[in-house]
Design a binder for this molecule. Structure first.
Ligand SMILES: Cc1cc2nc3c(=O)[nH]c(=O)nc-3n(C[C@H](O)[C@H](O)[C@H](O)COP(=O)(O)OP(=O)(O)OC[C@H]3O[C@@H](n4cnc5c(N)ncnc54)[C@H](O)[C@@H]3O)c2cc1C
Length: 328
């Protein structure tokens, strides 16, 4: 058995022994520690850490490695942004039935699925599931429904040109058909506390934000939540009725819609990139928690700029980068 020591912000360290056959992410989880991660396939960069001492396989590149892919070769010392005690429900695989499928935008399908009678699968608002498809890698989608609707889940799926699930599987599905779902995954969920929350969603990155807001707004009426939601054009903001409902009901909820290409005159939307709208509105993010979901480029830029230019502590940045599976 070897030892992995993790250096954390503010001089904290944790250490655990690991079996060299395991990835460091799995070894940490087995030892009771959840480290930042998302896709678990070496694709989204959420679990990249600095390797300070020792060797990992595959070898670190420029001193950094992905925890979900790396195995330790002997004792290792790494630096991570945060480590939290593992919490949450055991993962399950269920055959869920399609209840309803509708297009919320020309390229966004909203899919309601029901678990088998009597089956409940707890998850935390913001987490994601994997859809198992015959002969292909599982596809990851965030639950957009709140966990209290525990008899099923809703997904919001961007239909990408040339995609397996979006273009080939979805059009064949009829109500009553089953999909094999495995859940829950991921560390994208709301951390409790009084800190004001900024949420930044690109496109279907809105899905986990909907789950979190449905769960949290009523429970934490004193907490400030601001949702920035960006898309190319207005039809990409496909759930504005839902957003308007939160605005009517919750005094501490604020919404900023941002369009990168579309016309914004008379829409109340801002023009530009969604993470840049946050930068324009906030000179200092140090007292906030920031939650970001969307394409990996936007997530990477948001992290870098919020931390470097707006003093956001790395440990207060939470993200799911919606990396494509087929390009992995
Ligand atoms: C944690 C997490 C949560 C996510 N949540 C959501 C969500 O809630 N909603 C959502 O819409 N997405 C989400 N995603 C992204 C989603 O998982 C990916 O976009 C996934 O690839 C979609 O599966 P698909 O079968 O529809 O597309 P895929 O078949 O995986 O295709 C994806 C893209 O790759 C291209 N492609 C296909 N084959 C190849 C090839 N051989 N070489 C190169 N490119 C190829 C396709 O043209 C397409 O543009 C999430 C991702 C992660 C990691």
């Amino acid at each position: 058995m070897n030892t992995c020591t993790i250096e954390l912000p503010e001089g904290r360290t944790i250490a655990f022994t690991f079996d060299p056959a395991q990835t460091l992410l799995d070894a940490a989880a087995q030892a009771g520690w959840e480290l930042p991660h998302s896709c678990r396939r070496g694709n989204c960069e959420s679990c990249r850490v600095q390797v300070l001492e020792g060797a990992v396989h595959p070898p670190a590149r420029q001193g950094s490695a992905l925890l979900c892919m790396s195995r330790g070769c002997g004792d290792v010392r790494i630096a991570a942004d945060r480590a939290e005690p593992v919490s949450g429900a055991a993962r399950k695989t269920v055959q869920a039935r399609l209840y309803r499928l509708r297009m919320a935008a020309p390229d966004v399908a909203v899919i309601d699925l029901r678990f088998p009678a009597g089956v409940k699968v707890p998850f935390k608002a913001g987490q994601y599931l994997q859809v198992h498809l015959a002969g292909a890698q599982p596809r990851s989608f965030s639950m957009s429904s709140a966990p209290r609707a525990a008899d099923g889940v809703q997904l919001q799926v961007r239909v990408l040109p040339g995609s397996l699930f979006g273009e080939q599987v979805l059009p064949t599905l009829k109500p009553g058909d089953t999909l094999a779902l495995e859940l829950p995954f991921g560390d994208f969920y709301l951390r409790e506390g009084p800190a004001p929350v900024i949420m930044v969603a690109g496109g279907t990155g809105f899905a986990p934000m909907q789950s979190i807001l449905e769960d949290a707004l009523a429970r934490q009426p004193e907490r400030r939540f601001t949702l920035y939601w960006g898309a190319r054009r207005a039809d990409g903001l496909y759930a504005l009725e839902q957003v308007a409902k939160w605005q009517r009901r919750h005094a501490n909820f604020r919404f900023v819609g941002v369009l990168s290409e579309g016309e914004t005159a008379d829409t109340g939307m801002r023009q530009g990139l969604v993470h840049e709208a946050v930068l324009a509105d906030h000179a200092d993010l140090s007292g906030h928690q920031v939650y970001v979901c969307g394409n990996p480029a936007m997530v990477g830029l948001a992290r870098e700029r919020f931390v470097r230019e707006r003093a956001l502590p790395k440990a207060s940045f939470f993200a799911d980068a919606f990396a494509a599976t087929a390009q992995a």
